[in-house]
Design a protein around this ligand. Sequence first.
Ligand SMILES: NC(=O)c1ccc[n+]([C@@H]2O[C@H](COP(=O)([O-])OP(=O)(O)OC[C@H]3O[C@@H](n4cnc5c(N)ncnc54)[C@H](O)[C@@H]3O)[C@@H](O)[C@H]2O)c1
Length: 243
Amino acid sequence: MSRKVIVTGGAGVIGQAICRRLLESGFEPVAADLQDAVATLDTADPALADMTTVVMDVTDRGSVEQAVAAVVAPGETLRGVVNCAGILRDSFLGELDEAKLDLMFQVNIAGMARVTDVCAPLLAAGSAIVNVGSLTGHFGRFRGASVYGATKAGIAAYTRYTAEELAERGIRVNNVAPGVIRAPMSPSMARVSGGEEVSASYAMLKRIGEPHEVAEAVEFLLSDRASFITAQTLLVDGGVVAW
Ligand SMILES: NC(=O)c1ccc[n+]([C@@H]2O[C@H](COP(=O)([O-])OP(=O)(O)OC[C@H]3O[C@@H](n4cnc5c(N)ncnc54)[C@H](O)[C@@H]3O)[C@@H](O)[C@H]2O)c1
């Protein structure tokens, strides 16, 4: 069976951690990301130096099809897909920016649906999809994250419905929803989260998470060790939502 896994947003902070973890387990991750992100991928890291990369813009169906065709040979199958490409822009009421609104839905929801639609026919029985959602979809305290949170909540529903459609082919679909993870914070992220210290205070564990802690959950759900788990959302949030 093929070991190839397409990881969208694979050049980002969490995406790179996922690719590293998949390589350790013998998967063959393909980091699919925007041109600029692929160009800055840390190839100085020996773990990632030989990894396949491909330029893909998940907002563009043609780009998704071209990228997938470039890395999956005719007759070849895929072992999995990780839908990790995502974008956060603040959206305080009274300040709603149409371009930001459109971009968040285009990348976080429509992008995931496009990539899944293109890749689904290539997935072998026993393969799996992991969608990267967010704590924000299950929580209301990140003021200004209403649109981002709505897109991330939608991922839980998208996961359940696609899991049902793909179950008959022996393919599982799950959603990993991270809490705040250590990564350079964009101005939008700092505004809605209140920064690392405030974010840490919401968690039972009183800290933010590390990218590799998300990668562990993703690798587990992709692997055969999770063979009876499908249609689930797993919060990797240090105990925020449960508290
Ligand atoms: N960092 C956090 O605290 C956190 C928390 C919860 C969920 N998440 C989610 O985890 C995922 C990864 O986040 P991250 O922190 O690594 O951020 P990141 O910005 O480092 O990574 C996101 C990646 O998505 C890519 N991307 C954006 N638009 C794209 C497009 N149109 N086509 C293809 N790729 C595109 C970016 O180039 C980038 O490499 C996102 O879905 C994010 O919403 C992050």
